[in-house]
Write a protein that binds this ligand. Structure first.
Ligand SMILES: [Zn+2]
Length: 343
């Protein structure tokens, strides 16, 4: 049912000249005669346009006048049209995005989401957002790893709040997840059974104004044969990798070697970055965009055979423009040696 309600912040103001003023915006506020008070009283979000007209017609209002006035109020953005009363209860942007997406998945894909084991390393603002979005997309086997304490920089509208400062980051995320999804128990957050379909998402805190990843941060997953994806967002840019499949895709160290080919001093630069404290200065829309990118890649990976070529997607701030940059195997990296020996 479509209902009408005054916009939030728009007030009815009684004037002394026999008029009621709706809103104070100098270009869009409207004056109506005091006789229109019964109409204004119905703009609470509980009545549709037809109901308002029906109730008022008993009090000798002209239907045409009522319609004209309502049109004017909607056009001037003083009254909003609420399409579906159930939507009013959704909490935030994350929920809203997920409401749309969760309704579009088939049962086949939701089965795969239930059995896919996703481990998230790094529960800063980006890692937390990725965890919340994945859980809302039906990925029930989530584990989050980050033993660092929550600081004020981690506080966000979707994640940690001020009262969480000082607590372990991964515990805070686990608490939020169980609050959001009553059906998720802490046990499913910490699955013990080995799943054949595993993926690791690495979301390290960023120390600079451009995304940087410690070349050793994916070593463990390379040696364990676990497909993994890296994502990081800074004040100017976010970088999201494709899903790197050990032995099939060129690895993070291949990329590091390629950067060193371009700048022989890169190892020294990179080493210094690893000692810098991180600073989370990423703008919220950039984080949202990055998290959606991560989620869509994990979804695609969980349901279909995806390409094995490794690439970065860079999302620039402001503007959210995207560019894709692929990287290949580097002869100096050992990640291909085992498959070459086998062949
Ligand atoms: Zn490699």
């Amino acid at each position: 049912m479509t209902t009408l309600s005054l916009q939030s912040g728009v007030h009815l103001i009684n004037r002394r000249d026999g008029f009621i003023q709706i809103g104070i915006h100098p270009e869009s506020s409207v004056l109506v005669p005091e006789a229109a008070a019964p109409l204004l009283a119905l703009l609470t979000g509980r009545h549709s346009r037809n109901e308002i007209i029906r109730q008022l017609s008993t009090e000798h209002f002209n239907n045409h006048e009522v319609n004209t006035l309502l049109d004017l109020l909607v056009t001037n953005n003083l009254v909003r049209v609420i399409a579906d009363s159930s939507l009013r209860e959704s909490v935030g942007d994350v929920h809203r995005i997920n409401n749309v997406r969760a309704n579009t998945s088939s049962s086949l894909t939701s089965d795969q989401r239930l059995t896919t084991e996703v481990s998230i390393y790094g529960a800063g603002r980006l890692g937390t957002l990725v965890a919340l979005m994945l859980s809302s997309h039906g990925f029930a086997r989530l584990r989050v790893f980050d033993s660092r304490p929550v600081t004020l920089a981690d506080v966000s509208s979707w994640g940690a709040s001020r009262v969480d400062v000082g607590l372990r980051r991964d515990q805070v995320v686990a608490t939020i997840l169980t609050r959001m999804h009553k059906d998720i128990s802490l046990r499913s957050l910490h699955t013990t059974a080995e799943s054949s379909h595993r993926i690791a998402i690495i979301c390290p805190d960023q120390p600079a104004e451009w995304p940087w990843f410690d070349p050793s941060s994916a070593d463990h997953f390379m040696s364990a044969g676990v497909p993994h994806l890296l994502a990081g967002a800074t004040s100017t840019c976010a970088a999201i990798s494709s899903v790197i499949t050990p032995e099939d895709s060129s690895c993070l160290r291949c990329h590091y070697h390629a950067l060193t080919d371009r700048d022989p001093q890169w190892p020294i630069v990179s080493l210094q970055l690893s000692n810098r404290p991180s600073q989370d200065l990423a703008p919220t829309p950039l984080l949202m965009s990055s998290a959606l990118e991560v989620v869509s890649r994990v979804e695609l990976w969980s349901t279909t055979e995806v390409g094995r070529e490794s690439s970065w997607t860079y999302v620039r701030w402001p503007g959210l423009g995207r560019e894709e940059k692929a990287w290949g195997f580097h002869p100096g990296c050992g990640c291909q040696w085992s498959s070459q020996l086998a062949a």
